[in-house]
Design a protein around this ligand. Structure first.
Ligand code: 5GP
Ligand code: MN
Length: 344
């Protein structure tokens, strides 16, 4: 049996909102990851089973290694299909906001979603959600939004009707947000949920392969170059910093998702507890921060780079040059020395 984590009145309210809705939109965050796409498509598959008309909307394109998920071909990418996306949003009488806690995380969709008059339901596991939804299903202790969607469907009494397609999407999100169950995954109930998903016919080994074993040669060569030449180790701060300029990324024909996971690799070095990937984009520098132990990277991301996230995985942005961004990061390290030591 699963513990009933989601408040009963929120489950009941969500159920009644779904029953009353005809056209539903599901929106998730910019640079969608496995949990964003998995939770959105899992919920999409469930709502289709309930006979609803549903649109899944993402601000920009998701990586190819997520494109196999059932329903991915129907996702509206706002960047590329502005008109169609806006029509879908205007038509909806219920909106689900998945896997983000603040409207800035949906980029250009921000003001459109904010101004929609329809009911909104948030399902998310990031701390301190903004107040923009009528129902807020926010549980930061839960490892993935996909797990929350599973718990919601289960609590609404729809597990018996769950399709294999729905189960596959939810499993994928649970897997990717825990690094294939290698971090943030000690809750025994995760494995109860997995056992229930396996009973639906999920092939977890095949899903692992579809997500993690489909990279391009360019991506592997970029990884070799990054680890060989672009990883700076600062032993006194137990820190690793990787920088990749736009020119370097272009040289390896960079595609969305190609640097996925790079930031985790330095954490496999003995004594390294903090790792940062600094990547130059079109109009900003994007930072990914990871840690082992108690070092709160979300604090670094929010203090220095207008970002946020989880204690061991967060991100932020910088509108300064790469050089100045790295300088700012390095200058801050002495302030965190004690916390870095304690995390070893
Ligand atoms: P990633 O490094 O994989 O892009 O992001 C890791 C986590 O950090 C995400 O799951 C998300 O919670 C958070 N995150 C990434 N970028 C940002 C950002 O720009 N702002 C905020 N608030 N959180 C971010
Ligand atoms: Mn997530």
């Amino acid at each position: 049996m699963l513990t009933k984590i989601i408040d009963k009145h929120k489950v009941d309210e969500t159920l009644s909102q779904i029953e009353n809705a005809k056209q539903i939109a599901i929106v998730t965050h910019m640079s969608p990851d496995g949990d964003a796409v998995g939770s959105a498509l899992g919920l999409y598959q469930h709502l289709l089973t309930c006979g609803k008309k549903v649109s899944v909307i993402v601000p920009n394109r998701f990586p190819d290694f997520l494109a196999w998920m059932p329903g991915a071909e129907n996702v509206l990418v706002y960047d590329e299909m502005k008109e169609q996306t806006e029509i879908a949003l205007k038509k909806c009488d219920l909106l689900f906001a998945l896997d983000f806690n603040t409207l800035t995380r949906i980029g250009n969709l921000n003001s459109i979603v904010k101004n929609l008059a329809c009911k909104k339901i948030l399902i998310d596991h990031h701390r301190d959600p903004d107040d923009f939804c009528n129902v807020v299903i926010s549980y930061p202790k839960i490892a993935s939004t996909s797990e929350l969607v599973f718990r919601l469907i289960y609590s609404m009494g729809f597990f018996p009707q769950m399709t294999l397609s729905c189960a596959e999407c939810l499993y994928s999100g649970m897997m990717t947000d825990t690094g294939a169950f290698t971090f943030n995954s000690n809750d025994p109930e995760i494995y109860y949920i997995i056992s229930e998903l396996l009973k639906k016919g999920v092939d977890k080994d095949a899903i692992y392969s579809k997500v993690y074993n489909t990279y391009s040669v360019d991506r592997l060569r970029l990884m070799g170059y990054t680890l060989g030449q672009k990883m700076e180790i600062l032993p006194e701060y137990h820190t690793a910093i990787i920088t990749l300029t736009k020119a370097e990324l272009d040289k390896f024909n960079y595609k969305e998702g190609d640097t996925e996971g790079f930031v985790n690799i330095p954490l496999s070095i003995k004594g390294i507890v903090f790792s940062v990937l600094v990547k130059e984009g079109k109009d900003m520098v994007k930072l990914s921060l990871r840690s082992r132990g108690t070092f709160p990277v979300n604090k670094v991301a929010s203090t220095l780079f207008n970002g946020g996230g989880h204690i061991n995985a967060s991100g932020g942005e910088s509108y300064e040059s790469m050089k100045d961004t790295v300088k700012k990061l390095k200058a801050a390290l002495p302030h965190y020395q004690k916390e870095l030591e304690e995390s070893c």
